[in-house]
Design a protein around this ligand. Structure first.
Ligand code: HEM
Length: 203
C-alpha cells in the first residue's frame, strides 16, 4: 500500500467536503445571512461549477507538467462536482420549492436558466454512474466518447450562471473565461496533433 497516495486522497476528500462543512456550520450557527436558502443554493451551485472546472483542468495539467498524478484525481473531483450539483438540486426542491416538487417541471419549461441547469445535472448522471473501472472496461472506447459530454456540461453550467445573473456579470464571466481556456487548450492540441498518414497502396 502506498501510504503517501492514501494520505493525498484523504486530503483531497477533506478539501472537497470543506465547503459543505462550512455551509452546515453556517446553518447551525445561523450565520448565512438574511436569506440562508439563497446562500445554500449559491454555495452548492458555486462548488458544483468550480469542481467541474477543476476536473476539466486536470488533463491539461498532466500535459503541461508531464506528471500523471492529476489524472488520478479526475474521478474523485468529478464525483464531488456531481455531489454538489445533487445538493444544489435538493436545496432547490426542498427549501426553495418547499415540497411543491412538480413545480420544477413548470420552472424547467418557463425559466431558461433552470432548463439549462437541469440539463447539465441530467447529463452528469450517466457520467457519475459510469465512472467506475468496471464501466470503463465494459464500454471500452465508447467510455471516452460518452465522457466528452463533460464539455457540454461545462458550457451548460456556465450558461446557467450567466442566465440567472441579473446585473453584475463579472463572476460568471470569470468561469466562462476559465472554461474557454480549458476547452481552447484541448482544441489547440487536437488541431496540432499530426494526422496519421494512410499507408500507401501496396506498401
Ligand atoms: C439540477 C438543476 C438545477 C437547478 C434547479 C438549479 C437552480 C438554481 C437556482 C434557483 C439558483 C439561484 C438563482 C438565483 O439566485 O436567482 C442557481 C444558482 C446557481 N447554480 Fe444552479 N441549478 C441547477 C443545476 C446546476 C448545475 C448542474 C450547476 C453547475 C454545474 C449549477 C451552478 C449554479 C451556480 C454557479 C449558481 C450561481 C451561484 C451564485 O450566484 O454564486 N446549477 N441554480
Amino acid at each position: 500500500m502506498d501510504w503517501r497516495w492514501v494520505g493525498l486522497k484523504a486530503l483531497a476528500h477533506a478539501l472537497a467536503l470543506l465547503p459543505l462543512a462550512l455551509l452546515v456550520q453556517g446553518v447551525l450557527q445561523d450565520s448565512l445571512g438574511a436569506d440562508p436558502v439563497a446562500a445554500l443554493t449559491h454555495g452548492t451551485g458555486d462548488w458544483a461549477l468550480r469542481l467541474l472546472l477543476l476536473g476539466l483542468a486536470l488533463t491539461p495539467l498532466r500535459r503541461l507538467t508531464g506528471q500523471s498524478w492529476p489524472i488520478r484525481f479526475r474521478r474523485l473531483v468529478g464525483l464531488y462536482a456531481f455531489f454538489y450539483a445533487c445538493l444544489h438540486l435538493t436545496v432547490f426542491l426542498v427549501l426553495d420549492l418547499g415540497g411543491y416538487w412538480t413545480q420544477i417541471f413548470e420552472d424547467i419549461v418557463k425559466r431558461p436558466y433552470i432548463t439549462v441547469g437541469f440539463a447539465a445535472w441530467l447529463l452528469l448522471v450517466p457520467l457519475a454512474l459510469t465512472s467506475t473501472k468496471g464501466w470503463m472496461r465494459r464500454l471500452g472506447r465508447r467510455w471516452a466518447r460518452l465522457h466528452t459530454l463533460v464539455y457540454a456540461i461545462g458550457v451548460l453550467g456556465v450558461l446557467h450562471f450567466l442566465w440567472l445573473v441579473k446585473s453584475d456579470l463579472r463572476e460568471p464571466l470569470v468561469y466562462a473565461g476559465v472554461l474557454a481556456l480549458l476547452l481552447g487548450l484541448r482544441l489547440w492540441w487536437r488541431l496540432r496533433r499530426p494526422r496519421l498518414q494512410a499507408p500507401a497502396r501496396g506498401a
